[in-house]
Design a protein around this ligand. Structure first.
Ligand code: CA
Length: 761
């Protein structure tokens, strides 16, 4: 029997309930399709996502997670681990960037402070993981822990056995922490200062914990030892323990909230977000919030794994950037500045590397969340006020990670798609400043800007690393600046300057090898040149991956390569060449190299971001069916809703956003323009609900594993021959229908005028 799975509406489920009984969880909640463990079976040497189960609300200021790794270890939750050391409030965007402001709680029935001694065995078979709910059985203590979060607070529910020594331990972590126990209020307050960089000197995460039962005993601890009869301690590494007498199966509740501003604000966050809600009420509210965001896109298909993958990916798209702001006594938005340490009015978001997320995560927000996107823009303007620069990789302040000037892409994409309500002129000034300044760290501003502005590229031989990648990304950023300058009606000379610079990619195109190649200051290409060499002139990739980073002018690149046929052959070659690599720049195969090598897709390295748009480039050369073929290969082979479900670092929603867009059938190849490039729709029907309630429906009734090729399309009933969509056509609602067949179409989308936007006509 052919299974039809529909998760778009309750009545639809009822209509098809006779088939659903076998394949779909009883619940009609989309949140039940999310597997937060997707990507958690990862390690330093090989990433299947390098994710952790973020028990959180969308973009929450605080996330929670079971902690299997040691204090300070970026690999905080590993699927293959056997023991849990505590339940950690976390702000970690990536294991490579690590955490800040973290602290943990741990229930136990015998007192052990040391994180190794106290760790308890657990099993995934006795673990429930939902975005808004986590439950696990701690076998060594016979204690069950449940967690349910709000944006800045959380509730815990511990189920203890009969014991006169039922403890809950608070670990405020090292590098300077403080706790104070107030038994009469069943309360602990304190702070953690633990961080991995990118914080002002006065950085603190202030926390408050309130239990629902009187303590039999309580004590602070310092450096793993009980500080006898002490309820307050400040030192390098402190914490607290509270003891209860419990009956069999007795449940003890704990409410936790925190603030980057003050204890008073932490209390306010608790009152505002938890109030008198029970654990179950908080859980229900979280479920509703997740369902509301996930149901903005509903998909129907005949493959449950694809639906699980879709919603697991969508969950990841909706986690970052983090709302790094709070509501003061008057309900006004305020934030602790991770840049200058002041408490300031207005929005702030953080924990994001734009090098990853400019590609598809922020375009998802500009399409689906224009109101929040305006808040993000205001946050960028605030970051510029507070630090003099736009963030590129923030966690929570500027971090020295990756390259580029990609904030220009976010800002332009937002503005050209009509999002308003923030100081665009300030943001324009900020991106213009980037073009002639290096920032406080090499990832901020433009490292090598003087060479770039003078020569049209960042030279290979002037001790600026990853120079070719910088040149390509700066040229794309310059295109974005020109687009925004046009929108803002800046002087023509200014527009022309950035348009000219947007052609700088040409300076690195080597006509001999037809790959992008580092160039020395004297104008000669660097030598010897090995297009398989990772790093060096490029960033976490090689020339084969980076040659396609000409988002703004693919047709220009087609021309450089010698025309459409040569271009298509070059694209084909990426898949057909063996996965050979040169890792000498790093001295060992970094995990991204290994992830490329083992996938049996040649030199196509979907596990890292630089190449993730490449497949769509077939559309620019009259070969959309080749894009359709390879997109399906990637969707099928490199994504599963399982702990090893990604093919490399997930990276703050980017690798997930690729799947969300690609499975719908389109992708934002060139943020900063209003187009999306059409691929191969995976689902029979997908309904996108815009912020204003309008619906855009994509219908592909014949799509299947075999029928992956587009043989025609209609938009609102009229023939549609472009291989791209316009933002406004989606935004205003309507119906796009695809006719899917099992062999490459000989007609659809192959004419030059069907191709998406390029600067070169
Ligand atoms: Ca990456």
């Amino acid at each position: 029997m052919k299974k039809i799975i529909s998760c778009f509406a309750f009545f639809a489920l009822l209509t098809h309930s006779y088939v659903f009984a076998q394949t779909v969880p009883k619940s009609t909640n989309l949140v039940d399709f999310v597997n937060p463990l997707m990507g958690t079976q990862s390690k330093f040497s090989l990433s299947s996502g390098n994710t952790y189960p973020a028990i959180a609300l969308p973009w929450g200021m605080n996330f929670w997670m079971p902690q299997t790794g040691k204090m300070g270890d970026g690999w905080s939750y590993m699927y293959d681990a056997e023991k849990i050391r505590g339940f950690k409030q976390t702000h970690q965007p990536s294991p490579w960037i690590n955490d800040y402001g973290q602290f943990s709680v741990m229930p136990m029935t015998s007192l052990k402070i040391d994180e190794n001694a106290r760790a308890s065995w657990f099993s995934h078979k006795a673990e429930t993981v939902k975005p808004n709910y986590y439950k696990v059985y701690l076998a060594d203590y016979d204690v069950t822990t449940e967690i349910t979060p709000t944006e800045r607070a959380a509730q815990f529910r511990f189920t203890f056995p009969k014991s006169d020594s039922s403890y809950v331990l608070l670990d405020a972590f090292d590098r300077g922490s403080y706790v104070k126990i107030i038994p009469s209020e069943r309360k602990i307050i304190g702070y953690t200062t633990k961080n991995s960089g990118g914080v002002p000197a006065n950085f603190k995460n202030y926390f408050v914990l309130v239990f629902d039962k009187d303590f039999k005993f309580s004590s602070a601890w310092n450096n793993k030892k009980i500080a006898k009869d002490t309820l307050e301690v400040k030192a390098n590494h402190v914490g607290a323990i509270v003891r209860f007498e419990t009956k069999t199966g007795e449940k003890i509740g704990l409410k936790v909230a925190s603030s980057f501003i003050s204890y008073e604000q932490a209390e306010r966050n608790m009152t505002t977000e938890l109030g008198s809600d029970t654990f179950d009420q908080t859980q229900e509210k979280g479920r509703k919030i997740w369902n509301q965001e996930l149901s903005r896109i509903t998909v129907e298909g005949d493959n449950l794994d694809e639906i699980r993958t879709f919603y697991s990916c969508l969950y990841r798209v909706l986690l970052f950037p983090r709302k790094f702001y709070e509501f003061d006594a008057k309900g006004k938005v305020v934030h602790y500045s991770p840049y200058n340490g002041e408490v300031r009015p207005g929005y702030m978001f953080t924990d994001n590397g734009f090098w990853d997320t400019f590609r598809a995560v922020f375009p998802y927000f500009t399409l689906m969340y224009p109101t929040m996107n305006a808040h993000i823009m205001e946050g960028l303007a605030n970051a510029y006020d507070e630090s003099g620069f736009l963030p590129e990789w923030a966690s929570p302040g500027h971090r020295d990670c990756m390259i580029g000037s990609n904030s220009a892409s976010l800002i332009t994409d937002s503005y050209v798609k009509g999002i308003r309500g923030y100081d665009i002129n300030k943001l324009y000034d900020a991106i213009i400043k980037n073009t002639s300044h290096a920032g406080p760290v090499s990832s901020v501003g433009r490292f090598g800007h003087d060479y770039y502005n003078k020569l049209g590229y960042v030279p290979y031989d002037v001790k600026i690393n990853e120079n070719a990648a910088r040149t390509l990304e700066y040229a794309y950023a310059d295109f974005c600046i020109a687009q925004l300058a046009k929108e803002l009606k800046k002087p023509q000379a200014e527009i022309d300057l950035y348009l000219k610079r947007s052609q700088n990619y040409r300076n690195l195109f080597d006509p001999q090898t037809k790959w992008m190649r580092g160039k020395n200051e004297d104008g000669k290409f660097q030598t010897p040149f090995n297009p398989f060499k990772w790093g060096d002139a490029f960033t976490e990739g090689n020339s084969i991956h980076y040659t396609w980073s000409v988002f703004q002018d693919v047709k220009g690149l087609v021309g450089l390569m010698g025309g459409g046929e040569a271009f298509v052959q070059k694209l084909d070659s990426v898949f057909t060449m063996p996965p050979i690599f040169d890792d000498s720049y790093y001295g060992f195969p970094i995990h991204e190299i290994r992830e490329m090598q083992i996938m049996n897709m040649g030199n196509y390295a979907h596990g890292n971001q630089p190449i993730q748009h490449m497949i769509y480039l077939y559309n620019y050369a009259g070969a959309p069916s080749k894009a359709q073929f390879w997109l399906r290969q990637v969707m099928k082979k490199l994504y599963q809703p399982t702990p090893d479900g990604y093919c490399g670092d997930e990276d703050n929603g980017q690798t997930s956003a690729w799947y969300v867009f690609s499975s719908l059938g389109f992708y934002p190849v060139t943020p900063g323009t209003t187009q999306y490039v059409i691929g191969s729709p995976l689902f029979k029907k997908a309904t996108i609900t815009m912020e204003d309630g309008k619906k855009f429906t994509i219908e592909s009734p014949k799509t299947s594993a075999a029928n992956l090729y587009v043989d025609g399309a209609t938009m609102n009933g009229k023939p549609y021959g472009n291989t791209y969509l316009e933002h406004k056509d989606i935004q205003k609602g309507g119906t796009l229908q695809f006719n899917m067949i099992s062999t490459p179409s000989k007609a659809w989308g192959i004419k030059p005028e069907a191709a998406p936007f390029s600067l070169t006509k």
